[in-house]
Design a protein around this ligand. Structure first.
Ligand code: PSU
Ligand code: MN
Length: 306
């Protein structure tokens, strides 16, 4: 990409140049995943957590048609408040660049821009996947297609049960994408440490995960991403039974309103926050914090491998 369409913040550029740890962060979670002002507070705090764990944060978005890798405080504020920030997956990026618009990048688009900037580790809340009923609607997040082709390790709290977790795991297996759970034999479901599905592969700690990344992308020359699931801390967990009713109600409302396409996920996320009086939001912030810390430790361990 030509230099005028991708702008890497000086601090991030320096760290990359010196082979120091950098962690990418997404922006759809800011613009379309959480309400203001929790979103900007979360984004700011998460950057500080990445730093406290020894890495440099690089929040990614598109502003005025330029891919930004690392943002200033006023740019985070814009993403958290501006009405004309488009939710952008990878296929939307050419439009944003060509027409000089603002875009909040999903997991897929963030992975793509991170890879262009040579960043290997990325922290988020939850990844997209196969929606419930996806076998009929074909509603499968473009995040999965991106995992198949972009070598970035994405630390999430697993998959929110607005999605079909079983079908998502099957789809990732078909695409040849490694799915790791840190420190647990269960695959987590975002608000909950369990999902009813086993961890496809368990590793324990940042060093083991960094060694896995090195094996995958070094000697084996795999070209896929790696999904690293990090269970929500016990104290912040919302038991699956408590959130299931809220999710069912949100899905029914989605049907009634006939919402489809890229509005589906933001609608469901918003409904869940409303229907749990913000309890889900508190849990969401807690798990993003937890993911940022693990991602930073992984980035440090991976940088140490040279
Ligand atoms: N899941 C969450 N929170 C989020 C998202 C997913 O629990 O904020 C966002 C991420 O940016 C993810 C995107 O990449 O939604 C997926 O959207 P879609 O289902 O339209 O692909
Ligand atoms: Mn979709």
């Amino acid at each position: 990409m030509t230099a005028d369409r991708i702008a890497v913040l000086a601090e991030v550029q320096e760290a990359l140049h010196e082979g120091r740890a950098v962690v990418a962060l997404e922006s759809t979670i800011i613009s379309h995943g959480m309400p203001y002002p929790t979103n900007v507070a979360m984004a700011t705090e998460v950057e500080a957590i990445v730093r406290a764990n020894g890495a440099v944060p690089a929040t990614i978005a598109v502003l005025d048609g330029v891919c930004r890798v690392g943002l200033e405080a006023d740019q985070l504020e814009l993403l958290a408040t501006h009405p004309a920030v488009h939710k952008a997956t990878t296929r939307d990026l050419p439009w944003l660049l060509a027409t000089r618009r603002h875009g909040a990048t999903t997991v897929a688009a963030t992975m793509r821009i991170a890879a262009l900037a040579d960043i290997e580790v990325f922290a988020t809340g939850g990844i997209g996947g196969v929606h419930r009923g996806g076998a009929l609607t074909f509603d499968v997040s473009a995040d999965l297609a991106e995992f198949a082709v972009t070598p970035v390790a994405v630390v999430s709290a697993g998959i929110k049960s607005i999605l079909d977790i079983g079908l998502t795991l099957e789809h990732l297996e078909t695409l040849g994408v490694p799915v790791i759970v840190d420190g647990s034999d269960d695959f987590p479901s975002f608000y909950s440490r369990v999902s009813g599905f086993a961890a496809p592969r368990r590793l324990d700690g940042a060093e083991e995960i960094a060694a896995f990344m090195h094996a995958a992308w070094g000697p084996l020359q795999l070209t896929t991403g790696i999904s690293v699931a990090n269970p929500i801390p016990l104290a912040d967990e919302i038991p699956a039974a408590q959130i299931e009713g809220v999710i069912a109600e949100a899905l029914a409302e989605l049907d009634r309103r006939g919402i489809v396409g890229q509005d589906v996920t933001p609608f469901l996320l918003g409904r869940i926050v409303e229907q749990t009086d913000g309890r889900s939001l508190t849990a969401n912030v807690a798990l993003v914090r937890n993911n940022a810390a693990l991602a930073a430790r992984i980035a440090v361990a991976f940088a140490d491998l040279g």
